[in-house]
Design a protein around this ligand. Structure first.
Ligand code: HPA
Length: 274
């Protein structure tokens, strides 16, 4: 399913009608087990995805399926509590639809978060990772199909999808808070099955430090429409083949709950420094 520019505008207009002049500058997408962070937004205006024309519901566990607009650390933010994934049956245009709508609402920065499996045996489950780049080789692009030049060029540069300046902000914030922050490459696997151990070994050989089922499509769309991006991964578990017990959704959600405090302290500090 491809969308027209007018459809994105209709969605943005429907949201604007709920915001009474509030114009978010920073968008945030909260991943598995991290959605609670949206509850910290001050003077919140919640807009369920179901109320917005052309939006798809988010059906994944731990994803609430609404925007929360308001203030965080003095910034005007638009928080997505829950995202859309390809494995839910959505096309990549549907998966990234909200990013373009957020851009039309005036957001210039996107903070993305996710939970993912760790491919590095010298790191541990529970660690936080700053995403420096991603690998998304084995799936189609959200930009496939007719290009909408109102958003960006046909062949966008992807050299710095994860904005170097914002990476530096995150490093400084983590250092000030004494929160250990890994840095690495997110390897996108579209799921919904977790990876096989051989796939994890392949991801590692190709340069992936984390394997996960989200984020990369949205970041491609955000880069295309000129947004700055900051990305964090919660390494919720060791990837398949690197831990004894089978992977489970519950383990991922529990890891999110356990990391809640350090994650929210880090993201709040980044917001202050943006
Ligand atoms: N693989 C893919 N996605 C994930 C994982 C994983 O190990 N953990 C949390 N999300």
């Amino acid at each position: 399913m491809e969308f027209t520019f007018e459809q994105y505008q209709e969605s943005a207009q429907a949201i604007r009608a709920r915001l009474g002049g509030f114009a978010p500058k920073v968008a945030m997408i909260l991943g598995s087990g991290l959605g609670e962070f949206g509850d910290q937004v001050e003077d919140p205006i919640a807009v369920p995805y179901g109320d917005i024309p052309h939006f798809r519901p988010s059906t994944a566990p731990g994803h609430r399926g609404q925007f929360v607009f308001g203030a965080l650390e003095g910034r005007d933010v638009a928080v997505m509590q829950g995202r859309m994934h390809h494995y839910e049956g959505y096309s990549y245009q549907e998966v990234t639809y909200a990013v373009r709508v957020l851009r039309l609402l005036g957001c210039e920065t996107l903070i993305v978060t996710n939970a993912a499996g760790c491919t590095r045996t010298d790191w541990s489950a529970g660690d936080l990772m700053l995403i420096t780049d991603h690998i998304k080789l084995f799936s189609e692009s959200p930009l496939r199909g007719e290009n909408l030049p109102q958003f960006g060029p046909r062949f966008p540069d992807a050299s710095h999808l994860y904005t170097p300046r914002l990476q530096e902000v995150a490093r400084q914030a983590a250092a000030e808070l004494s929160i250990p922050l890994r840095e690495g490459v997110y390897f996108y696997c579209y799921g919904p099955q977790y990876e096989t151990p051989a796939e994890v070994r392949a991801a590692k050989i190709l340069g992936g430090d984390a394997v996960g089922m989200s984020t990369a499509p949205e970041v491609v769309a955000a880069g295309h429409c000129g947004m700055e991006v900051l990305g964090f991964t919660l390494l919720s578990n060791m990837a398949a083949g690197l831990q004894e017990h089978p992977l489970s959704e519950q383990e991922v959600l529990d890891a999110g709950a356990a990391a809640r405090e350090k994650f929210s302290a880090l993201v709040r500090a980044c917001l202050r420094k943006l």
